[in-house]
Design a protein. Structure first.
Length: 340
């Protein structure tokens, strides 16, 4: 598929890149990992002013969406700058609330808050409803629930309010993983399960876009380092072995990118779930490969806490299995193709 963003979409991405560059995101990431949320929440509000969160909220609730292609553009930049916070989870919550409509007493109020940046939301899914359950069942947690205004738990065909519990360790310290304490039932029935499936797919799509952005940033810093770092009197980027590794990373990312955009284009079609899973597989593997290559190019310095690329390397590993492992998503794609 040949996919080219239009001028307005490219400008949107460039604007986000500029905002995030000026925000000194490495400092925000380190603060978030330490439980200091205010700089990250201030950045959240700034991004909301650009319309990032409104892209997942319908116009009837004060949003501009759902606009999956623009969401992918935004989340690519969020990944390139490793922005901390439950952005994908908030998009999933917005989708869930939109699908449930009048079944939730405060649904419209929450949607308006998400669009305006006043409501940070997170979502706990003990099992991802769109994927084969044995492949991805896990104890429930809600990403960054300790910083969220709204935490929801999908418990089978029931939607519950939830609260943050004990924060667990994560491969990426800036991805805080509190357990959840279930509260009142807000809605129940088949409509909850159906809405959760679509919400899950939107979370997967947002995460796949983040992964491509993370991988792209790791490739950029690795190329820059290979040009500057010298060995035997020559930049290491002149050695074929290094060139081949970097080229492999680029190829993987260039194959993943159109799959992510293709999944966004297929939103609303019967193939959306299958396409989202294919995109997640490609993006997970491409970003993870870019992280490994970045570590090889940089050497041990690439994983030191003080060195900024380590923030992206850790995020690539954590997002690799977030919202479903590549194996679970491959199983879904195979199942879809077998039934076609």
């Amino acid at each position: 598929m040949k996919f080219i963003l239009d001028a307005e979409q490219r400008l949107f991405g460039e604007t986000l890149d500029k905002i995030l560059t000026e925000a000194d995101t490495p400092s925000v990431i380190r603060g978030w990992a330490a439980g200091v949320h205010e700089p990250g929440l201030a950045l959240w509000r700034s991004l909301a002013e650009t319309g990032v969160l409104a892209l997942a909220v319908p116009e009837s609730a004060g949003g501009a969406g759902p606009l999956p292609v623009e969401l992918v553009t935004a989340f690519h930049e969020l990944g390139r700058h490793a922005v901390p916070g439950p952005y994908a989870e908030t998009v999933a919550v917005a989708t869930l609330l939109d699908r449930l409509g009048d079944e939730l007493e405060r649904g419209s109020e929450w949607l308006e808050g998400i669009a305006e940046g006043r409501v940070v939301a997170s979502l706990a899914l003990p099992t991802l409803p769109a994927l084969p359950a044995p492949a991805q069942a896990s104890a429930p947690y809600a990403l960054d629930a300790d910083a969220a205004d709204l935490v929801l738990l999908v418990d089978g065909d029931a939607l519950r309010a939830a609260a943050a519990g004990e924060v667990r360790a994560s491969l990426d310290p800036a991805r805080r993983l509190p357990s959840v304490v279930a509260g009142d039932v807000l809605a129940a029935g088949p409509s909850v399960a159906a809405a959760a499936r679509v919400a899950c797919d939107m979370g997967v799509l947002a995460t796949a876009a983040q992964l491509v952005g993370v991988g792209r940033r790791l490739l950029e810093v690795s190329v820059d380092y290979a040009k500057a770092r010298q060995q035997f009197g020559r930049p290491i980027g002149e050695f074929q072995a290094v060139k081949h590794h970097l080229a492999d990373a680029l190829v993987g990312l260039e194959y993943a990118r159109p799959l992510v955009h293709g999944a966004a284009v297929s939103y609303g079609s019967p193939d959306f779930g299958r396409d989202v899973s294919a995109a997640k597989v490609a993006a997970s593997e491409a970003a993870y490969a870019a992280a490994k290559i970045a570590l090889q190019v940089h050497g041990a310095i690439g994983y030191t806490d003080e060195y900024d690329p380590s923030l992206w390397i850790r995020k690539a590993r954590a997002l690799h299995s977030a919202w479903g492992s590549p194996a679970a998503h491959r199983a879904r794609v195979i199942s879809s193709l077998a039934g076609a």
